[in-house]
Ligand binder design. Structure first.
Ligand SMILES: [Zn+2]
Length: 136
């Protein structure tokens, strides 16, 4: 696609710098997610950009592709703030992240649970579920 380069240029939706160096390589499978925070950021960016395959790959439950696509289309995400990180490091099997995700019309305040696939350090990080959700 001719527009591919232009689409990947510019700031990453997660606020971590250039998309092409931030969440882009994770979405394209060129780099491995090392921490739960990286996964959280890259899932946020995936929602903002409509990277549905990445969202499906990084959730420990199967979701409806159609529902995800609609969720991406109907919400315009404006920015992410990480408020607290507990665990989720390179030597952890589990972690929680509290964040605010701003969108047109409000904000989502959520604490998410992340675990490694298979409960082993070799397993990739997966989003498990929200353990606390507040909408504003
Ligand atoms: Zn990013």
């Amino acid at each position: 696609m001719a527009g591919g380069f232009a689409q990947d240029a510019g700031p990453c939706p997660c606020g971590g710098g250039d998309y092409d160096r931030c969440c882009g390589p994770l979405h394209r499978g060129e780099r491995r997610v090392e921490t739960a925070e990286q996964l959280m950021r890259s899932r946020y960016s995936a929602f903002a950009r409509g990277e549905v395959d990445y969202l499906l790959q990084t959730h420990n439950q199967s979701e409806s592709r159609r529902a995800l696509r609609q969720a991406c289309r109907h919400t315009q995400w404006l920015g992410l703030s990480i408020l607290a990180v507990d665990g989720g490091g390179t030597d952890d099997l589990e972690g929680t992240i509290r964040f605010t995700a701003r969108h047109r019309g409000g904000a989502l305040l959520e604490t998410s649970l992340f675990q490694r696939r298979g409960g082993a350090l070799a397993g990739e990080w997966l989003y498990v579920r929200a353990i606390e959700i507040d909408t504003q």
